[in-house]
Design a protein around this ligand. Structure first.
Ligand SMILES: C[S@@+](CC[C@H](N)C(=O)[O-])C[C@H]1O[C@@H](n2cnc3c(N)ncnc32)[C@H](O)[C@@H]1O
Length: 267
């Protein structure tokens, strides 16, 4: 699956304005794409200028957020759990999408967003505080370590750029718990760095560590695998999976693994 550029799919401003409701989202001249960015990032003004700027920048530049909506990555999943959710960007993005769609500002050709309940688990208190200040009760976030916090049950589980912080035995244990938390055909979306992507991968890893350090999270050790190894591991644990390059427009080496719970865990 390829993720096309933003330009070209958004409806033009006049079309969007024609459908504008009494209480518009975003400024009148904004394209649906910009209105979506504004709607999703806006709640972070309640947290801090940093949280707002970070949200707007990451949502605009990271192709995975666009793909969530443009390709309806979560499908019909109603109950979604976001592991290592950070400041809750995915929840803010999906909520912003819903508001934009209801306001008639929606990129042409994209499927309608669907209403979903989102929960998150996040280790860092500062991230949890930002998520709670911005999103309030609309996003239920638990502070804790995904290795130990009860996952409950979910239709879909998302872990974007998180698994590589866990040592290999913990990665396997978590994937087994995820498999148990998802019913048959449950959906798991994981984004990982492709350890077989040479310099791009090294750049991705070093920048990731630097950002966490700059955000006061210390120096995380990371544990990455080549994509083929992730795919074999996931198959052995009972997930059919499909790998999609998810770094378009960035210098990174990130891959999205779309996994469906199929057979019982093999180990
Ligand atoms: C690179 S950030 C990605 C945040 C979010 N998934 C996103 O895409 O915006 C990784 C996040 O995983 C969190 N994290 C790392 N290890 C964790 C653990 N063991 N339990 C819970 N969260 C963890 C970090 O605190 C950080 O917020």
């Amino acid at each position: 699956m390829t993720v096309p550029d933003t330009a070209g799919t958004a409806a033009t401003a006049p079309q969007a304005l024609a459908r504008r409701p009494a209480r518009p989202i975003g400024a009148a001249y904004e394209s649906p794409w910009n209105a979506l960015l504004s709607a999703a990032a806006e709640p972070y003004r309640r947290a801090s200028r940093f949280a707002h700027g970070f949200a707007r920048g990451k949502l605009a530049l990271d192709p995975v957020f666009r793909a969530f909506l443009e390709h309806d990555l979560l499908g019909g999943s109603k109950d979604v759990l976001d592991l290592g959710c950070g400041q809750g960007l995915l929840a803010a993005w999906l909520q912003g999408a819903w508001r934009c769609y209801q306001s008639g500002l929606w990129p042409r050709g994209w499927p309608p967003p669907r209403a979903r309940a989102l929960r998150g688990i996040e280790l860092m208190g500062s991230e949890v505080a930002r998520a709670r200040r911005a999103l309030g009760g609309a996003f239920h976030v638990t502070q804790g370590d995904i290795r130990h916090v009860e996952l409950g049950t979910a239709d879909a589980i998302v872990a974007l750029d998180v698994l590589h912080y866990l040592p290999p035995p913990s990665q396997i244990e978590l994937l087994q718990r995820i498999r148990a938390a998802l019913g048959h055909q449950g959906l798991l979306l994981i984004r990982v760095g492709a350890a077989d992507s040479g310099l791009r991968f090294r750049f991705t890893q070093e920048l990731d560590r630097f950002i966490l350090l700059a955000r006061g999270h210390g120096w995380f050790k990371t544990y990455c695998r080549p994509i083929e190894e992730w795919c074999s591991l996931l198959r052995a644990l009972g997930f059919d999976n499909d790998a999609t390059w998810m770094s378009r427009g960035t210098p990174f080496a990130n891959v999205l693994l779309t996994c469906r719970a199929c057979t019982a865990s093999g180990s």
